[in-house]
Design a protein around this ligand. Structure first.
Ligand code: ATP
Length: 376
């Protein structure tokens, strides 16, 4: 199979702001390859360096070390306006007294495009973002969601190779944000342009992206599809930042033949060993008995049963402290012997049989394969 072509590449990028004692390393040896025609998201908490990296793709910021490549060519010497890359900013940056159509035409006029071509493109862009009816309104008199569409149309009009989007939905209310998430994905699909999207909202990243880079402290910790990132987090930070999860601390007892690992947990099993799947790709080179290990189990991958239940899969037990009803599902908060809380989330449509009583001891089952192993 031919490997997909790379649109943009960051190679060993380090960015230091300031000098001497005041210096701050915003990016630390970051490398990432973004494919043509993909919806790629930089995801991480505030201050992790995602905007700095995006600004480097745009040319508003320059690396202290490393290179930015576009289709394999170093673009360090190209100023922002000469890059086939456009940006949609958080605050849209529209001209408030110009009409919708004029805002979209502006960049094309600056590029000196012929009038007929500009008119045709503006028309096509208005169709694309479904704003034909508003074409003659000034942008100060349209809603936030409509301004967002105009900003997108303006950025897409010159047919950039890459569109950079810096938290473009954060100013919108919840319902509009959900609508625009679907809209953005449609636009990316229809135009075939590479989108590089910055957000700190993990749900937004999961629902929109082809691939996600999870960032923390100026580094990229993991790059993968939403499914990979959620189901196979490579590090504790990733597991914790994306969705809810439970951590179980323990140590390795025995590395079994094949793909099983026996683990003794610090809490929940009264010293009994449990067996989990061993993932050599996500493990240190040597694994020995006594080595510390963390298991991470998503709340929806576990079930609660009355004490005494049996299974071939791992079972831990604790006290059912809280039952929280959410309509579609119910959350069970189970306190383990080290006082940590293990959360189980079960769909109400799938809960059958025994009624569980608050403050009683319960068993938690999870499948060996759903427990992901993390190492210090
Ligand atoms: P947010 O979601 O809050 O925008 P971010 O992940 O996009 O965060 P960046 O804006 O990339 O983070 O900033 C990364 C770090 O670099 C921050 O600690 C920030 O304070 C610092 N930083 C960014 N720009 C500068 C600058 N021009 N001078 C000094 N420090 C800067």
């Amino acid at each position: 199979m031919q490997s997909p072509s790379i649109a943009v590449e960051a190679k060993n990028i380090t960015k230091v702001f300031g000098h001497g004692k005041q210096h701050f390393r915003a990016l630390n040896d970051v490398s990432v390859s973004i494919r043509e025609n993909e919806f790629f998201t930089l995801l991480g908490p505030s201050g992790c360096g995602k905007t700095t990296l995006l600004r480097m793709f745009a040319g508003f910021e320059h690396p202290t070390q490393g290179a930015i490549l576009l289709h394999g060519k170093d673009i360090a010497h190209l100023p922002p306006f000469q890059r086939p890359i456009n940006t949609v900013f958080q605050n849209y940056a529209l001209f408030p007294h110009m009409t919708v159509a004029k805002n979209i035409a502006f960049g094309l006029e600056m590029l000196g495009k012929p009038k007929a071509e500009i008119e045709e493109t503006v028309d096509r862009m208005l169709d694309l973002v479904q704003m034909q009816a508003m074409r003659d309104r000034v942008t100060s008199q349209i809603s936030g969601g409509q301004q967002q569409r105009v900003a997108l149309a303006r950025a897409l009009a010159p047919s950039p190779k890459v569109l950079l989007l810096d938290e473009p939905l954060s100013a919108l209310d919840y319902k509009l944000r959900k609508e625009m998430q679907i809209e953005l994905k449609r636009l990316q699909h229809e135009t075939g342009i590479t989108f590089i999207f910055v957000t700190h909202d993990q749900e937004e990243a999961l629902t929109m992206s082809d691939r996600i880079a999870v960032m923390s402290g100026g580094r990229i910790l993991q790059v993968g599809s939403p499914h990979d990132i959620y189901e196979r987090p490579a590090e504790r930070f990733v597991a914790d930042f994306i969705g809810e999860t439970n951590f179980l601390e323990g140590k390795v007892s025995v590395l079994e033949e094949g793909d099983r690992l026996s683990v003794t947990l610090d809490a929940g099993t009264e010293g009994k060993q449990i067996q989990v799947a061993f993932d050599p790709q996500n493990s240190p080179e040597t694994v020995q008995a006594g080595q510390r290990i963390t298991l991470t189990v998503r709340p929806e991958h576990a079930q609660v049963f009355p004490i005494g239940s049996t299974s071939d899969d791992p079972i831990i037990s604790g006290k059912l402290e809280n039952i929280v009803y959410f309509g579609t599902d119910t959350h069970y908060h189970v306190k383990l012997s080290d006082n940590s809380i293990f959360i189980v989330r079960q769909q109400n449509s799938q809960i059958r049989g025994d009624v569980l009583v608050q403050n009683e001891m319960v068993n938690i089952h999870f499948s060996m394969d759903s427990a992901r192993t993390l190492w210090d």
